[in-house]
Design a protein around this ligand. Structure first.
Ligand code: ZN
Length: 318
C-alpha cells in the first residue's frame, strides 16, 4: 500500500513525544540477567562488581532504531561525573566505567545493543547527522537535534558543575594495526607517519612518557573545542597537567558535527566540561581499563577548573 510509508512516518512523529516522556525503569539485582547485556553477564558471579550501584534501563524507538540504555548510579555519591560508554563492543571501557563509579561516584550510561554486543545498533532509519537511511547506527554518531530522545536520555543525566567523561577502547587505532597505520584513533599525524615521521597531529600534545602504559599514541585524552573558538586557558592548563602525568592529549577542533558525543557537546553544549579517553584494545580487558583509570584520576585531580566545582571526592577504593 502506498499509504504505508506515510502512516509509518506519522506513527514515528506521534510516538516520539511519548518516548520522550518515558521513564527509566529500576532493575532489581536478581533480574540483571534479563537485560541480556554481555557486560553485566561477564560479572554475573561477582556480586561485588555492582555493589553500591543501582541499575536502571530505558528502551525507546527513534528514527527507525530500537535503543536500550542501561544506567548505573552510585548509591553513595550520585553527584559525581556522568560516564558514558556508547560502544557495546568496547568491553574494557565498560570495566573502566564501573571502576570509576566505585571510586568517584556519579552516573554511568552504557548502550546495550543486545546479547551479541555489537558496535552499531541494527535497524533501519536515520542515524544522527547522516541524511541517508542506514541499516545500522553507530551510537556515537547519533547525537543530534534530529535524535532528541537518544541525545537527551544520555545528557539529562549530566549535572551542572560535574564533568562528562566518555570512555572508548579502540580496536584498530593506528600504530600496530597491521595495515601500516589505517585507523584514525591516534595522536599521530597520519601523513607524517606515511613519510616515516612520528609527530603529533594538529593540536595534539604528547605526554611526558613517564608511564609506560600511557606511552602509546593510540592511548590519549580528547578535549574537543568549537572551531569558531580558541583552546581556552583552562583547557591549556588541563592539557599541560595531563601531559605532566604522562597522558597524551588532543584538542579536537570541531567545525561541523559528525554526530559524536564530543562533537555535539563542543558545538551545542559548551556549558558541559567534556573529555573522552581512548585506550587501545587488548586481549586482557584490565589493561585498557587500567590505562583509562590513570587518565581519569589525572583529569579529576588536575582539571577541576574546567567544571568550576571541587572535584568529586573518592567514595571508596585507593
Ligand atoms: Zn568507542
Amino acid at each position: 500500500m502506498r499509504i504505508a510509508p506515510y502512516l509509518f512516518a506519522l506513527a514515528l512523529y506521534c510516538f516520539a513525544p511519548a518516548a520522550q516522556a518515558m521513564e527509566w525503569r529500576s532493575v532489581d539485582k536478581a533480574m540483571l540477567a534479563a537485560l541480556q547485556d554481555d557486560d553485566i553477564n561477564r560479572h554475573k558471579d561477582e556480586p561485588e562488581f555492582l555493589e553500591g550501584i543501582s541499575v536502571s534501563e530505558i528502551r525507546f524507538s527513534e528514527n527507525g532504531f530500537d535503543w536500550h540504555l542501561i544506567r548505573f548510579s552510585s548509591e553513595a555519591n550520585r553527584d559525581g561525573p556522568l560516564w558514558v560508554v556508547p560502544h557495546d563492543d568496547e568491553n574494557a571501557a565498560f570495566e573502566a566505567m564501573i571502576a570509576a563509579l566505585h571510586k568517584y561516584g556519579g552516573t554511568g550510561i552504557a548502550v546495550n545493543t543486545g546479547s551479541t554486543s555489537t558496535r552499531r545498533q541494527t535497524g533501519y532509519g536515520l542515524c544522527g547527522v547522516r541524511s541517508a537511511m542506514v541499516s545500522a547506527c553507530d551510537p556515537n554518531r547519533n547525537f543530534d537535534e534530529r535524535t532528541p530522545v537518544f541525545t537527551q536520555a544520555i545528557l539529562d543525566a549530566w549535572k551542572p558543575g560535574r564533568p562528562l567523561i566518555a570512555l572508548h577502547t579502540n580496536s584498530h587505532g593506528f600504530g600496530g594495526d597491521g595495515a601500516g597505520g589505517r585507523g584514525d584513533i591516534t595522536m599521530l599525524d597520519a601523513r607524517a607517519y606515511a613519510r616515516g615521521e612520528i609527530i603529533a597531529r594538529a593540536d595534539g600534545y604528547f605526554g611526558n612518557r613517564t608511564i609506560a602504559m600511557l606511552d602509546n599514541p593510540d592511548v590519549y585524552a580528547i578535549l574537543p573545542y568549537a572551531g569558531t573558538k580558541a583552546i581556552s586557558d583552562g583547557e591549556t592548563v588541563c592539557r599541560n597537567a595531563m601531559n605532566q602525568s604522562g597522558i597524551n592529549v588532543w584538542h579536537e577542533r570541531v567545525r561541523r558535527s559528525d554526530g559524536s558525543l564530543s562533537n555535539y557537546v563542543a558545538l551545542q553544549r559548551p556549558d558541559i566540561a567534556y573529555v573522552n579517553f581512548e585506550a587501545k584494545r587488548e586481549v586482557d580487558l584490565s589493561t585498557a581499563a587500567k590505562a583509562q583509570g590513570l587518565m581519569i584520576d589525572a583529569y579529576l585531580q588536575k582539571c577541576a577548573g574546567l567544571w568550576s566545582q571541587p572535584m568529586s571526592a573518592p567514595v571508596s577504593g585507593p
